[in-house]
Design a protein. Sequence first.
Length: 327
Amino acid sequence: MSTNEPIPLGTHERFHTSEVEVARAQVGRTFCAHDLRVLGRSARLDARLHGVTFGDTGLYYLAYGAEVMITPGALQEFYLVQMPLGGSAEITCGGEHIVSTPRMASVPSPTEALAMRWHEGNAQLIVWIRRTALEAHLGKLLGRQPKTPVRFDLGMDLTTPGARSWLGIIDLLRGDADNSGGMLDQPVAVKQLESLLTTQLLLTQPHNYSAALSGEQPRVAPPTVRRAMELMECHAAEPLTVEDVAEAVGVSVRALQEGFRRHLQTTPVSYLREVRLDRVRAELTAAAPGTTTVTDVAYRWGFFHPGRFAIAYKNRFGEHPSQTLRG
């Protein structure tokens, strides 16, 4: 990482120290207990941690400023995706070993012993996901709860299309984290972003349930699709996700998506967006000028990108939302 570049999550510093014991304790408090050793007699630690948490997910920047050996053993309670911003790191987890670089992230499995050698200049951006949350999310996608822990391949190629899409979500979170009053202050947005982040990770990075996720899904009958539609219409103002809807009507996410395509020629996400657009229009139409704003109404109904919202609104109703509000 260039010294001229701003530190990621710059407004969320957790600590900055040259003391090994302080760094070990502080990082351990955020992640888990571990052994930390500085390699090289003349090496000087310059450790810092920045981070933000939302729901069952966290985004962190961690750097040691020297070559270090980190030995946490099995992580147990959480998954990590560790992305070097420069330099390299040697990662060993269970029987796998990789050299991690800005093109190759590491995704250690929490039930396997982990040991890492971070070389000097190897600052990392780290995504933390609570293990129970990720496994519950996978259960919603599969339509059944996984019986064994999720074990990802250790190396994650960040140059693939799927990984680049996943990194786009990370960039969105990084940008929003330093803006007070942004999406991360909105419960609906947080749940949607967490869901998107976890789904994309499960679909992008190979693991022991990948084959089950890509397998053929049973057909969903029209009554199930209607129940899903009614659920969306009744709870559109809540932080509702497609995974929630699929679980409520008793099918997997992929089966629900196929049912919507077959019977409605749309997707659950598109249908929920249309319902929310209708609710926005109704609220704007009923509002007296000067009593609310388009942005406030859009946020209440789960639209957090003003530009995209305005385009979607105009495409559906043939006018800008501000025109509707002015009556």
